[in-house]
Write a protein that binds this ligand. Sequence first.
Ligand code: HEM
Length: 404
Amino acid sequence: MATPLHDVDLPEFDLFDPAFNADPFGTLHRLAGEHRLLSTPFGLIVLRYDDCQAALRQPNLHQGIRLLQDMQGITDERFVARNRQSILTTEGDAHTRLRKLVSKAFTPRATERLRPLMREVIERLVDPVAPLGRVDFVDAISEPYPIPIICALFGAPTEDLPLFSRWATDILKSLGFNLANDLPAILAAEDEMDRYMEELIARRRSEPLDDLLTDLIVAEEAGDRLSHDELIMMAEAIMLAGTDTTRNQLATGIWLFAQHPEQWALLAAEPQRAANAAEEVLRFNGVVRSTIRVAVDDIEVAGVLVPSGTLIIPSFAAANRDETYFADPMRFDITRTFERSHLTFGGGIHYCLGANLARAELTEALAVLARRLPGLELDGKATWRPPIGIQGPTSLPIRFRPGA
Ligand code: HEM
């Protein structure tokens, strides 16, 4: 029988403690050795792999992204309504229905057909910087990398890349902590993208192509299809969930490799290790370090009975270094064999829809970069995003042997 929350004495944890922010993975790993849960003013942090996995699979823990908006007092009707319908926030039957329909489009084939483009894009981005021997990796490579791929998913013409790039930047602000300020830009970008997508969908209905948008239009489950509004919602969810994550994960990976030159040289010599290297980057320093859920009933979480309304924060950063499943977890090792998958793509019903695509994007990029950026090193200090939300460097000066 689980102990009620008010009867347990959980350690208080300060998310803004500079010592934690200086070494988040080390701090969480140490705490996970002693505790299963930590208490914060926002909610409870779940530390261990099995407990996180169980929380992600618990039907009475619902997606908490909406709380971000509630906590910031956002009441704009259009914004709130739009977010309520998103695959990222719906639950239960509504979510299952959407998920079934869109999974038909997110097939392994959908990912495979984009691999040549991924290689082409990364080669094209490296071409002008390879002779220089030094560059800001974020500006030159990781920031632009996912945009042409997202464009290709929708079959959008390449001359529209700057539009997608601008929308991605603005729409992504809806996952931030400055919503009141950013709302006009977010809504303007959403409106523009709505209009663009409407035209694109109309065109695709009359002229189907071999792309994700066509697959989403024709996806059918027992006579059911995505409505026009749902198609637009999906396009935006993909933009929101699939751009910033990938670019930050790639930059974080390069930052890691710059400090592990022997692993970088190994990857260059044995590019067939790129898929495993991508998994290790995702495990060791995933850019999504946690998610939020809210209990919609009194339920057990990590051995404690928590009341309905409690905010639960499964910590992927802690779980990914749980030694129950990851031997020598504090070591970055691209030759590691994975007994269990890391949790950087989440788990349960909201498991990342784009996981295969993200894996392919990272794998293709790492294989090319290891060959073309030999002798990779940091060329100064990286600067980082604030320690909330998607993580990653905002600038990453690197140097390498020119000419490859
Ligand atoms: C390194 C890259 C990525 C990471 C680390 C990542 C991580 C995640 C995580 C942790 C979740 C679950 C969130 C939660 O449970 O609260 C998620 C959901 C999602 N991701 Fe990703 N993601 C990545 C790339 C992508 C890409 C490339 C796409 C699409 C093209 C994508 C589309 C989605 C969608 C649509 C969901 C919502 C699924 C649902 O709620 O049913 N993601 N992602």
